[in-house]
Design a protein around this ligand. Structure first.
Ligand SMILES: NC(=O)c1ccc[n+]([C@@H]2O[C@H](COP(=O)([O-])OP(=O)(O)OC[C@H]3O[C@@H](n4cnc5c(N)ncnc54)[C@H](O)[C@@H]3O)[C@@H](O)[C@H]2O)c1
Ligand SMILES: O=C(O)C(=O)C[C@@H](O)[C@H](O)[C@H](O)COP(=O)(O)O
Ligand SMILES: [Zn+2]
Length: 356
């Protein structure tokens, strides 16, 4: 097992990454909680909810709440319904919420935990590759029809228990999605990691390689959020590829494209802009080949209207006074934030679309 300690402004917490951890849950919990609510989605419940409840049989009041799988559950309606369930189950300030699932569940259950009774303990039990990113750093949120994660808070979990055995049941599309954030972490940090990833066909991924990539990704994220928890500065770099990605997700309707697929497309746009703005030497050709080899849905861009995407990007959290800010790369490992003009963005989006 690998343990990474995160130093947050309120407390330290550990990210434990290992195989079979869900079957040691009772021993791993830091406190004896009398009342626990496990929040998960229908797909993850089918695979793992029994394992979790079996290992928590000593908890006096154990409750479960299951929302439909998919990004559309990260909504005001499900948030409200989960609060009702917290109240019905009489969770108090000594109770615990367990977020069992991918990033959708982590964000939704974390937001419930951050607001119920002005905040109660929660732990993240990520079950997707993508959630190596979402389970660390304390950003929790729900979506608004206008934009992603527009309603949320910064609220760190007490623990992250990452049972990598659960990743074995992920479908191909979710492996692809998860690697959208893995390669983002690589571009933010390490040229040789990018090089290795670009040679990788995701269908040939070994468990060992996967665990290595996840652990590296968590370390990159940890080092950034420890320095800038509230996104006043360098945390913005974790948004590499996201300004366009979030616009695509909202424009298509939540769940039509996965978050990680959208990030991978957003990264391509970012690399192209980086080359134009500062003649950065980036492996764009190899990246395009990697996207194609691994079946990222880049052609979806042809269904989208650049002007509409521009409007969506105005809801990005980095936008100030209607000015859109992008994270670009000087080179791999050297991100920076730059304000982009509307006309230039539309022009470059059109160019990207016509190349698809
Ligand atoms: N808070 C953050 O810092 C942060 C970071 C990155 C992404 N996010 C958010 O995370 C979300 C995306 O996360 P995600 O890709 O994990 O999506 P997700 O939670 O919707 O999971 C993707 C799909 O995989 C299924 N699934 C999850 N684990 C499984 C398993 N072990 N076996 C089989 N199926 C499984 C889910 O039921 C779902 O259908 C987005 O809402 C995104 O905005 C947040
Ligand atoms: O942790 C962060 O900071 C990130 O930007 C990580 C992103 O991968 C993640 O998708 C995050 O939820 C985006 O945040 P947002 O504030 O841009 O909605
Ligand atoms: Zn993301």
């Amino acid at each position: 097992m690998t343990t990474i300690t995160i130093h947050s402004s309120t407390h330290e917490y550990e990210v434990e990454i290992g195989s079979g951890l869900r079957n040691q849950l009772a021993e791993r919990l830091l406190k004896n909680y009398q009342t626990v609510l496990v929040i998960t989605d229908t797909t993850v419940a089918g695979h793992y909810l029994n394992d979790i409840t079996k290992h928590l049989s000593s908890v006096e009041n154990l409750h479960t709440a299951v929302v439909p799988s998919g990004e559309s559950s990260k909504s005001m309606e499900h948030y409200r319904s989960l609060l009702d369930q917290c109240i019905d189950a009489q969770l108090d300030r000594h109770s615990l919420i367990i977020a069992l699932g991918g990033g959708m569940i982590g964000d939704l259950a974390g937001f419930v935990a951050s607001t119920y009774l002005r905040g109660i303990d929660y732990i993240q039990m990520p079950t997707s590759i993508l959630a190596h990113d979402s389970s660390v750093g304390g950003k929790v949120a729900i979506n608004h029809p206008k934009g992603k994660n527009l309603i949320g808070s910064f609220y760190n979990p007490k623990q992250v228990i990452y049972d990598v055995e659960t990743l074995k049941s992920l479908p191909e599309r979710e492996i692809r999605s998860g690697y959208g954030e893995v390669i983002k972490h690589a571009f933010l940090s390490d040229e040789s990691w990018v090089k290795n990833l670009l040679q990788q066909s995701l269908k040939d991924l070994t468990s060992q390689q996967l665990k290595q990539d996840l652990t590296k990704g968590v370390r990159v994220k940890a080092s950034i959020v420890e320095e800038d928890e509230r996104e006043a500065g360098i945390r913005k770099h974790l948004n590499l590829g996201h300004t366009l990605a979030h616009a695509i997700e909202a424009e298509l309707g939540y769940g039509e494209i996965t978050h990680g697929e959208a990030v991978a497309i957003g990264l391509l746009f970012t690399l192209q802009l980086s080359e134009i703005k500062n003649s950065a030497h980036l492996p764009i050709k190899d990246y395009v080949n990697w996207l194609e080899k691994n079946k990222y849905p880049t052609s979806i861009m042809t269904k989208l209207d650049p002007e509409q995407l521009l409007k969506r990007m105005k809801w990005d959290k980095k936008t100030v006074h209607q000015n859109i800010n992008f994270v670009l790369l000087e080179k791999t490992g050297s991100p920076y934030v730059i304000q982009m003009g509307d006309e230039e963005l539309v022009h470059e989006l059109k160019r990207m679309i016509s190349a698809r």
